[in-house]
Design a protein around this ligand. Sequence first.
Ligand code: FES
Length: 158
Amino acid sequence: IYPVARALKEKGNRVISLIEGRSKFLLYWLDRLETVSDRLLVSTKDRSIGDNGYCSGLVKDLLAAGEPVDRVIAIGCTFMMSEMAEATRPSAVKTVVSLNPIMIDATGMCGACRVSVGGETKFACVDGPDFDAHRIDWDLLLARRKAYLGPETDSAEK
Ligand code: FES
């Protein structure tokens, strides 16, 4: 998200950066992000830095406080991005997410990264990865992300 924030700032935008993680030691480049942000809000699950919350909650709070937000760009795990889509849907703030479905060839040939956007099938590797968060079939994407969960769990346990 850092190069995105930097580019937006260079173009004269007001940038509010929200970062979340399980703990402070998992977060990095906060100093760099701070240099390109008008505000930097951090949350960690263990409260080692910032509040205990999620970026989707922080966005809801900003919108409820009347903060003018023209666009939200969310990059991270699929669940967080789906939550962000729901956080901004009521206010219809344009929300762009960078999808990370399972990919195999990343050339548009295998179909592994198939996602449904506005009822149309898209391949995240060649059509994305950025898409309108409010048009994504999140249930399908979250289910497809778990396609190899059983074998992966077995392998990790062995
Ligand atoms: Fe194979 Fe996208 S990863 S089509």
